[in-house]
Design a protein around this ligand. Structure first.
Ligand SMILES: *Cc1c(COP(=O)(O)O)cnc(C)c1O
Length: 392
């Protein structure tokens, strides 16, 4: 007790969070990811995972993982620069380079570390980092940590960006513009071609975190750079994660030979950490193939999204400008969002409420997400419940 008094009084701080409906609780998942999950001993129809293509528990991905674990064990054992750089990692990097149309790719243990590592390898004091104000927390943290002058521009707004880029005090300095490819809590896509144009004029580099675009956007799942047809001279730093549509784990940065060499030398979250288990890389190589060739998964998603949007619109729900599998229903107050979530759970549907500081104050929401494994009957079930909730 004694150590938790004075400056270490943790309990009152937690109590305030509870009062404000901002307290977070973890639930116990007792099944694989899927549209039906077992959570805290109850089955739910789930609309909140990022397993957009339904690959997290795909039999081919699972068996690739098992086979590789038999061949190369489980532990990564050491960092990539000591003796942890396994041929499975290397093969995945080469396949991702081909997939993204970039010179080279570097694997990281996860997306958070990829962002921290890449931004901090490239920028320091005296440089400028410009971030969309709704960027993912890991990008904001990366920019703040770098010691570069940190500036947020208005959401998905090239005019706002251009004003900041035009400040003459940053001529001849490194300027890095950083944005989500698909915004993680809103589901919208920024006007990347215009952002890239601004960057080109002002000799800034553009970094895109496409954690939610790979697998879901573009003809072959190549994400927003495929969708907008942007090469590595337009988006110099392209980041993707494997924990979402790929259904596995880890992340990568793709770009020029010189960029990747720089990251190998300087990215501290690459250097000072153990390589991901090689079997994860092996499983990801299989999920990459499925992601590229099984177009029906993207087509299915598009159908479900269309069905949901027209249904929710008819019910009078406010939808965001999103064509992605992220379809948030903005509720407003934290309390109301929590109530709706709890009511849906009683009815057997799981959609977690997203609250500040993850999203701006007054925009608490139910972040509805879809998977290619959902059926249109399941979407109807959700819509029927939303109808009932509306009239309550
Ligand atoms: C999930 C996410 C990350 C973090 O990736 P992890 O591999 O889960 O650490 C980074 N950026 C965005 C936009 C994300 O949605």
């Amino acid at each position: 007790m004694a150590v938790e008094s004075g400056p270490w009084a943790l309990a009152p701080e937690l109590e305030v969070r509870k009062q404000k409906h901002l307290y977070r609780k973890r639930r116990l998942l007792q099944s694989p990811q899927g549209t039906q999950v077992l959570l805290d001993n109850k089955f739910y129809l789930a609309f909140c995972s990022n397993d957009y293509l339904g690959l997290a528990n795909h039999p081919d991905v699972v068996s690739a993982f098992q086979k590789a674990a038999n061949e190369c064990g489980v532990g990564g054992g050491a960092s990539h620069l000591v003796n942890g750089h396994h041929q499975q990692h290397h093969a995945l990097e080469e396949e991702l380079a081909e997939f993204t149309g970039r010179d080279r790719v570097l694997l990281f243990s996860n997306g958070y570390m990829a962002n921290i590592g890449a931004v901090n390898a490239l920028l320091g004091k005296g440089d400028l980092v410009l971030e969309d104000r709704l960027n993912h927390a890991s990008l904001l943290d990366a920019g703040l940590l770098s010691g570069a002058r940190f500036q947020r521009y208005q959401h998905a707004n090239p005019t706002s960006l251009h004003q900041y880029l035009s400040k003459p005090s940053y001529d001849n300095k490194r300027k890095l513009v950083v944005t989500d490819g698909v915004f993680s809590m809103d589901g919208d896509v920024p006007p990347l071609s215009e952002l890239a144009q601004s960057c080109r004029e002002k000799e800034a580099w553009l970094m895109v975190d496409d954690a939610h675009g790979f697998g879901t956007l573009g003809e072959n799942g190549g994400g927003c750079v495929e969708y907008f047809n942007l090469g590595q001279d337009d988006v110099q730093v392209l980041m993707g994660t494997m924990g979402k549509a790929f259904g596995t784990s880890g992340a990568f940065v793709a770009g020029s030979e010189l960029l990747i060499e720089t990251l190998i030398q300087k990215a501290r979250t690459y250097i000072y950490t153990t390589a991901m288990p090689p079997a994860i890389a092996a499983a990801t190589r299989v999920s990459l193939k499925l992601l590229q060739k099984e177009n029906w998964r993207r087509e299915r998603l598009a159908e479900l999204i269309k069905q949901f949007r027209s249904g929710a619109d008819q019910l009078g729900y406010e939808l965001m400008d999103s064509a992605s599998p992220i379809q948030p229903l903005v509720i407003g107050s934290e309390e109301k969002a929590m109530k709706l979530t709890a009511w849906l759970e009683e009815k057997g549907v799981l959609i977690t409420a997203i609250r500040p500081p993850t999203v701006p104050k007054g925009t608490a929401r139910l972040r509805v997400t879809f998977s290619a494994d959902h059926t249109s009957e399941q979407v109807n079930t959700l819509l029927e419940l939303l109808d009932q909730a509306r009239s309550k």
